[in-house]
Ligand binder design. Sequence first.
Ligand SMILES: [Zn+2]
Length: 207
Amino acid sequence: MGGIGSGRRYQGGKDTTDEYRSLDVRKLQRDGLLSPGRAFGLNWTRNGETLASIQARTEADRLILKYRQRSQGGDWQAMEYPVRLDWTGCTLGGRRAWFLCPAKGCGRRVAILYGGEVFACRHCHRLVYTCQRESDDGRAARRAGTLRERLGWRAGILNPSGTKPKGMHWRTYKRLTAEHEAFVGLSLAGMAARLGLMKRQLAGLGA
Ligand SMILES: [Zn+2]
């Protein structure tokens, strides 16, 4: 498990990940910014130019983030929400801070949160990324097909999943199978929606 670099790799796509602002809990802890009652600003810069900035303040075991967010072409939205902190003991004494991912239904204990509309762990971002990129179910099916090929599984997303190819790392295998699942899910959801639409159209025609 590593820093920002491994997060980028994990994300896969080049085009969206570079926009990600990241928050590293280890750095905040090193800088003494996690004790209750602190308030500070965080900036992300590239070549001396500020790309993004947020406000943060701390309460007991919580980091509250505050910033403005604009989704593509939309209006600015004021965001403010807490990120819970968790602590584990270190073998040499002291304690290590963790973020609990604030995304709904997640709560994973992570060292780094990535900013999109909300700051969340890379797993959550990958799901969002997947959904945004693959809204077209045909494309999702093709992506699933490519993954099946990489996994050496029988072609066709309606076929059952295969097993881990020899020589593939478990981590890679898990990542690929998770992606495969996501794409199959999107693809089937898209098909279901289309079928639903057809049914409605037929009903409209009195069929
Ligand atoms: Zn998460």
